[in-house]
Design a protein around this ligand. Structure first.
Ligand SMILES: [Zn+2]
Length: 143
């Protein structure tokens, strides 16, 4: 499943740290893929992707695609931000429960206060210097 993309005409305020391991996630995200890691020992997923399992400490992990769909568990508007994000205030952040059972923290795109438990999709924000992800209401579903 390919994520929707939204161009953002500026650079990321706080770009993610790229490592040999995280490079696959960020390159995939830039191409609309949302992936994480699953443990081959205990079968559990992790997010963000990790080179080992945080549940059983196994290093036998595999990459697995995520649908990028879920429900909004919680959200808030940020009015006082760290200096590096000051030019973006106010902005929303939230917690999304993905369909695969992962609970993730993410930026939330919404012009009005979003309803909790509403269906959301993860989209790619394509900044000039690379991608980030965010959640927004599923466009094909009523609010
Ligand atoms: Zn495990």
């Amino acid at each position: 499943m390919t994520l929707a993309m939204q161009p953002i005409d500026r650079v990321r305020a706080f770009p993610p740290r790229l490592t040999e391991f995280t490079q696959r996630f960020w390159q995939g995200l830039g191409n609309g893929r949302f992936e994480t890691t699953r443990c081959e020992e205990c079968g559990r997923l992790s997010f963000p992707p990790k080179p080992f399992c945080p549940h059983c400490w196994s290093a036998r992990i595999v990459w697995t695609p995520l649908r990028g769909r879920g429900k909004l568990y919680s959200q808030t508007m940020v009015h006082a931000a760290p200096a590096i994000f000051e030019h973006e205030i106010p902005y929303r952040v939230g917690i999304v429960d993905l369909d695969e059972g992962l609970r993730i923290a993410t930026r939330v795109l919404a012009t009005v206060e979003p309803k909790l438990d509403m269906a959301v999709e993860i989209i790619v924000l394509n900044y000039r210097d690379g991608p980030l992800f965010a959640a927004r209401r599923c466009p094909e579903l009523p609010a």
